[in-house]
Design a protein around this ligand. Structure first.
Ligand code: HPA
Ligand code: MG
Length: 214
C-alpha cells in the first residue's frame, strides 16, 4: 500500500521569510509547507518507482488540469531522464483533461470533466497525474469515465493526499506526500485560480481566503 512521505498534523512548515516568495503573495501566506526543492526530490523517486512498474509498455500520461500541470511537467522530465539514461526505455505520449470541483476552499456539488477524446486511451497503459486527492470523489468520477474507453492498465499518481475524515478511503497507486487536513496552495494548486504562480506549497492565511473569495 502506497503511503508517501508523511507530514504530521503538528508540522507547521517553515518561516516564509527564509524563502523566495512573489511580492504579490507575501501578505497572503502563513508558512511555507513543502519547499519546491523537496517536491522535486520526491518527484524524482516517484518517477523511478513508476518506471519500474509501468516501464515495459507504451505509457499515456494523462494530466489532470489545471492543478496537475506543474507536477505533470516535472514528473515527465524525471521519467524522460530515466528513459534516456537507462538500458530500457518506453515511448510516453500525453493527454489532458480539465476537471473543476472546487470553489473557494470547498468542493462543488457538480464535478465537470472537460477533455480530449478519451477513446485514444483504448488498449494503453494510462498514468493519471493528479495534484491532490482529498475525498477521492473527483478521481472516482474520472476513473469510471476512463474505464469506459477500455485502457489496458490505469495507475494513478497524486502529488498530495490529505488525511481527512471526509475521505471514503480511496488511495492512489503512488503518493508524493500525505498531508494534514489544511488548505494548501502553490506549485499549480490554486485558491480560486490564484497562487498557481508560486513554487512552494504553502498554507494560506484565513484573511487571504476572504480577500480572494468569490
Ligand atoms: N488546495 C488546492 N486545491 C485543492 C485542495 C487544496 O488544499 N484540496 C482540493 N483541491
Ligand atoms: Mg483547484
Amino acid at each position: 500500500m502506497a503511503r508517501g512521505l508523511q507530514i504530521r498534523d503538528e508540522e507547521s512548515g517553515y518561516n516564509k521569510n527564509l524563502f523566495c516568495i512573489p511580492k504579490h503573495y507575501e501578505e497572503d501566506l502563513e508558512r511555507v509547507f513543502i519547499p519546491h526543492g523537496l517536491i522535486l526530490d520526491r518527484t524524482e523517486r516517484l518517477a523511478r518507482d513508476i518506471m519500474q512498474d509501468m516501464g515495459s509498455h507504451h505509457i499515456v500520461a494523462l494530466c489532470v488540469l489545471k492543478g496537475g500541470y506543474k507536477f505533470f511537467a516535472d514528473l515527465l522530465d524525471r521519467i524522460k531522464a530515466l528513459n534516456q539514461n537507462g538500458d530500457k526505455s518506453v515511448p510516453i505520449t500525453v493527454d489532458f483533461v480539465r476537471i473543476k470541483s472546487y470553489c473557494n476552499d470547498l468542493p462543488t456539488e457538480e464535478i465537470s470533466i472537460v477533455g480530449e477524446e478519451l477513446s485514444t486511451l483504448s488498449g494503453k497503459n494510462v498514468l493519471v497525474v493528479e495534484d491532490i486527492i482529498e475525498t477521492g470523489r473527483t478521481m472516482k468520477a474520472l476513473l469510471s469515465k476512463l474505464r469506459d474507453n477500455e485502457p489496458k492498465m490505469v495507475k494513478v499518481v497524486s502529488l498530495l493526499i490529505k488525511r481527512t475524515h471526509r475521505s471514503p478511503g480511496y488511495r492512489p497507486d503512488y503518493i508524493g506526500f500525505e498531508i494534514p487536513d489544511k488548505f494548501v496552495v502553490g506549485y499549480a494548486l490554486d485558491y480560486n485560480e490564484y497562487f498557481r504562480d508560486l513554487n512552494h506549497i504553502c498554507i494560506l492565511k484565513e484573511k487571504a481566503k476572504e480577500k480572494y473569495r468569490i
